[in-house]
Ligand binder design. Sequence first.
Ligand code: ADP
Ligand code: MG
Length: 700
Amino acid sequence: MDLSSPVEYLKGVGPARADLLKKELGVFTFNDLLHLYPYRYIDKTQFHKIKDLTPESSDVQLRGVMRRLTTHGEGRKQRLVGKLRDDTGAIELIWFRGVFYVQRALEVGKEYVVFGKINDFNGKLSIPHPEVEEVKAENTTAAETFAPVYPGTEKLRQRKFDAKAHRKIVETLFLSLTLADIPENLPDALMEKLKLPPRWEALRAIHFPKNEYQLHQAKRRLKFEELFFLQLRLLQLKSRRKDAVRGFVFEKVGDNFMRFFNEKIPFELTGAQKRVIKEIRSDLGSGIHMNRLLQGDVGAGKTMVGLMCMLLAIDNGFQAVMVAPTQILAQQHFDGIRRDLEGLDIEVEFLTGSIKGKKRKALLERLASGEIKILVGTHAVFEDPVVFKNLGLAITDEQHRFGVKQRAKLWKKNKPNPPHVLVMTATPIPRTLAMTLYGDLDVSVIDELPPGRKPVTTVHRNDNHRQRVFGFMKEEIAKGRQVYVVYPLIEESETLDLKNLEEGYEALSREFPQPDYQISVVHGKMKPDDKEFEMQRFVKGETQIMIATTVIEVGVNVPNASVMVIEESQRFGLSQLHQLRGRVGRGAEQSFCILMTGFKLSKEGRERINTMTSSNDGFVISEADLRLRGPGNIEGTQQSGVLNLRIADLARDGRILQTARGIAQQILNEDAKLELPKHARLKAYMGVMEEKIKGWSRIS
Ligand code: ADP
Ligand code: MG
């Protein structure tokens, strides 16, 4: 049987349903149907006894005789109550809808199979809206397997394609499948070692498990398989790239690096920074091409690591570039780097989209001639006319804001050999996510903050506390500190959000009147120059309060700011909140983050707020974010095709992932091209995947 056949050729499907399956569920072929797994199961493998039921019983199946059927109430409040009795006791069945039809279909004195969820009302058990079937020859005994329930959509339900219909076509599919249609793709030894059931068995059991254990095993097997092949692919990409791409060798630690390190560096590097620089240096000195992710919490000091790597490049005769996602951040990196390198003979330049005409032309010429050693800029540096003489190292800061394509462009900024690439994150990424999203990169982690940082005190306040919050802001300002007030700006509701910000500004202007107080306002709708002007007023300390939308989220550094007030904080994601909080606590003073919300909070909103008030650790927060929102909602994952996981869950299956990656690595270490006979199945399956799944060969 050809599993790639269009699903319309399956008995019971036909063109109309096939169309629906494609549009609503993305099911095009037999194979797609086979791999669309149930999200829950109904256990009809046993009949329960009525006397054994407890408030904790969930899905139950009963067999009994209908003893009574009576209607109560009138009109829309009418309900139908049935009494079902078996040889151990009796229970009420209740219908609030379709009373007329149900009543007509049932008969007192007949025997029925009843399935439903137990409801407990003050200790009195009942089953609301049960499924009821008359006992006939085919259902006198319990089912052999659980009944799968598949994800459905409103449209599917409208067209009468319900869970039962879906179940039916999957059953039909399995009737015509044979063992040969689902060849094993894992080596026997591996399955044995991990006690995984064969693929055929697992696929059968994921749709029609006979019991909990079988289901559990099937899930384990399929999750492992999914994560394992993904890791095998990523690690293969990585090792192939290392073989195919020659890396520039930065063998010497030269004058600039040493002079900077001995004379200029404004602080002692942390142990973690030193370790990471060492890791990077060993890449750069080895002739291997570096493609590395640098993770670290907000304020961990990633920029300094980046700068020192750029010095290594320069000392070895190369140019380096650092790209940031916003003008403001790029400007800040540029200013900082120029200040740090003062007195060293290194040309540093700045390029953004707003640098035009003669100035731009001159800059591009100096870049192409190799005169400029370090270029700092925004997206503008990706453009084609920006040509380097010999770019040896490209760094992107806050990489999640750049598209895969843009990053790929950096690779092409030097020919024939690409520059070494270092991508830096804004906040930590959960380990499992990093392993899949950036599984083909090497990873370095700065897991230590510079000494002397006082943890930011975070509190949750609501509108009732507003006056006290204002009072607190006044106290801090009186001590000479500065305050951020941030409003959410989410694109769908941009106008409304802007209105919130404007109203907030008016309220604050009344509470903090001129000339005693000065306020800066920065939001996304402003021209870059105006933004920059307002920003600078705050940076210079001319204003005490900065009202902003999330534009300040990225990177600004004002050590004197000690209070971060986040309005409607429940609307921000955890990593955004954590980043915003990272804007304070940069100086010597105790800093505060005040999370404002309304009274009503969703469960998830409350959990996010609680996470923030109870932890300052970006790694802990990123794990919570993954747990709460799932991988698809975490910044930077949307554009990645690798997260279309069918069954594995990155928030929960960390251990399986770890095992899968470890084994994939072992296998490739022994047999990089999967040429050994014992890896034949792997090789064959990788070939199949390669052809089928788009986006698999993505470069991070
Ligand atoms: P991030 O990792 O969030 O990009 P930055 O590179 O912006 O952090 O660094 C945050 C602040 O910490 C900067 O002001 C930087 O100068 C300072 N810093 C970095 N490393 C150290 C260190 N080892 N000791 C003291 N301060 C440091
Ligand atoms: Mg940074």
